[in-house]
Design a protein around this ligand. Structure first.
Ligand SMILES: [Zn+2]
Ligand SMILES: [Zn+2]
Length: 388
C-alpha cells in the first residue's frame, strides 16, 4: 500500500525526472538517479549497465519460486517540450519526457517501496529499468547482456500509458498488443548539375515523386492490426538536393516506416519496399542504398500472463477491456516475451489527453498509484507475501 507521503514523494520524483530527460542510449544520469532511489529499498542486489544504462533491482525472497519482472523505460525523446500547463518543464532544450517514461519509472519505484516493506514469500521480483526503448534497441541489448542470464524471468509485465483510453481503464488482450515496425532509410544518388542544364546531371526528383505514392501503396490498413495481414507504410521524411534554386539535385533521401501485425510479414514487406525502390532507381538511372533503423519486433501477450494480469485487475477493481488494442505503435517490450510469459497493459490517461510524442504531453501523476497497485497485486498473486 502506498501512503500519502509516498505519493507526494513519488510525484516530486517524477517531476524531477521530467526536468532531466535523456534520449535513447544516453540515460547515464537517469540511471544514476534510479539507483539512488532504489538503495533505500534495500533490494537484494542492483545490477547496472545492462544493455547500456539499464538498471535492475532484484528483490529475492530466498525461497524457490518464479522470477517476475516488471519493466519501465529510461529514455525520453528528442522533442522540444511546449506545455503551459506544468511547472516541471524539461530543462534540456530539444529533449522531453513526452512518452510518459518518467511516470513508468515512478510506478516501478512505487512497486519497489511496497515490495521492500512487505516482501514476497517466494521467488524474485525484478524491477527492470531498460534503456533505449524509443529506437527499439534497448530491450534486445538488455536480453543479450550476459548479466541478464541471472535475471531471466518466468513472467514479465509492463504498463504503457496510452492517451485516448479513459482514465484508469486498462486495454489489453491475448495475442498481438503492439505491431512490428522497421525504419527504412533510402538514399538515391545521381549527379548534380546547373539548374539551367539539368540534362547534364541525373536528378532523383522524379524518382522520389514516383516512389512516395508507390511505397505508400504497399500498405493495406484494411481491418487494422487485428487483421494478421495488416501492413502499413508511412513516409516520415524526404529530401531532394539542397534548398537552392541554382542546382539540379544529385541526391535524395526517403524515410519510410514499415509496420506489420506479424513479425513473419515484416520480411516480405521490407523485400517489397526494397524491390520497388530498386526498380524505380533503375528506371531513372540512380544508385540506391538502404539502411535499416528502429527495428521493433511485434509485442505479443501470452495467454497465461494475460490471465494473471486480468485476475489482479479484477481483484483491485481496475476496469479493463479489449477496445483500442492492438496498438499500431511499436514497443520493444515484446523482446522480453521471447523467453518469458509476458503481458503489456495499456493504461488510460484519459480520452482527451495529449497524444504520446506530442510537445504538450505530460504523464498524469494520478496514474502512479493505479499502475503500481496492478503490479503489486500481480506480484503477490504469483509470489505471495510474508506474514507481517
Ligand atoms: Zn514513445
Ligand atoms: Zn513509450
Amino acid at each position: 500500500m502506498l501512503t500519502n507521503s509516498d505519493l507526494i514523494e513519488l510525484t516530486t520524483f517524477r517531476h524531477a525526472l521530467h526536468r532531466r530527460p535523456e534520449i535513447s542510449g544516453e540515460e547515464a544520469e537517469t540511471a544514476r538517479t534510479i539507483v539512488e532511489a532504489l538503495k533505500p529499498m534495500s533490494p537484494t542486489r542492483i545490477v547496472t549497465g545492462l544493455g547500456g544504462y539499464g538498471v535492475a533491482a532484484v528483490f529475492d525472497s530466498g525461497i524457490d519460486g518464479p522470477t517476475v519482472l516488471f519493466r519501465a523505460e529510461l529514455d525520453a525523446l528528442p522533442i522540444e517540450e511546449r506545455n503551459n500547463a506544468i511547472e516541471w518543464l524539461s530543462e534540456i532544450s530539444g529533449k522531453s519526457h513526452v512518452c510518459g517514461h518518467d511516470g513508468h519509472m515512478t510506478m516501478l519505484l512505487a512497486l519497489g517501496r511496497m515490495i521492500s516493506r512487505r516482501p514476497v514469500a517466494k521467488g524474485r521480483v525484478i524491477l527492470m529499468f531498460q534503456p533505449a526503448e524509443e529506437d527499439g534497441s534497448g530491450a534486445k541489448a538488455v536480453v543479450k547482456d550476459p548479466a541478464f542470464k541471472d535475471l531471466s524471468p518466468d513472467y514479465a509485465f509492463a504498463i504503457h500509458n496510452e492517451p485516448g483510453i479513459p482514465f484508469g481503464f486498462v486495454a489489453t488482450r491475448i495475442g498481438l498488443i503492439n505491431c512490428a515496425s522497421l525504419g527504412l532509410k533510402i538514399t538515391l544518388s545521381g549527379k548534380t548539375a546547373h539548374a539551367a542544364d539539368p540534362q547534364d546531371g541525373v536528378s532523383p526528383a522524379l524518382a522520389v515523386a514516383k516512389l512516395i505514392p508507390a511505397l505508400d501503396a504497399l500498405g493495406d490498413g484494411e481491418g487494422g492490426p487485428r487483421n494478421d495481414n495488416f501492413r502499413l507504410v508511412t513516409i516520415t521524411h524526404a529530401n531532394i538536393g539542397e534548398p537552392t534554386f541554382g542546382i539540379a539535385p544529385g541526391e535524395a533521401q526517403v524515410f519510410a516506416t514499415l509496420r506489420t501485425a506479424a513479425d513473419a510479414n515484416m520480411e516480405s514487406l521490407e523485400d517489397a519496399a526494397r524491390a520497388l525502390t530498386m526498380s524505380v532507381a533503375k528506371e531513372f538511372g540512380l544508385g540506391v542504398e538502404f539502411e535499416v533503423h528502429d527495428h521493433f519486433a511485434a509485442s505479443v501477450n501470452d495467454a497465461e500472463a494475460y490471465g494473471v494480469a486480468v485476475k489482479a485487475m479484477d481483484a483491485i477493481g481496475v476496469p479493463h477491456g479489449e477496445a483500442g488494442v492492438p496498438m499500431r505503435a511499436s514497443e520493444d517490450f515484446g523482446v522480453f516475451g521471447w523467453s518469458a510469459k509476458a503481458a503489456m497493459l495499456c493504461l488510460g490517461p484519459g480520452e482527451d489527453h495529449a497524444a504520446l510524442h506530442n510537445p504538450d504531453y505530460d504523464f498524469p501523476d494520478d496514474l502512479i498509484p493505479i499502475g503500481s497497485s496492478i503490479f503489486e497485486r500481480i506480484a503477490r498473486d504469483l509470489l505471495g507475501s510474508i506474514r507481517m
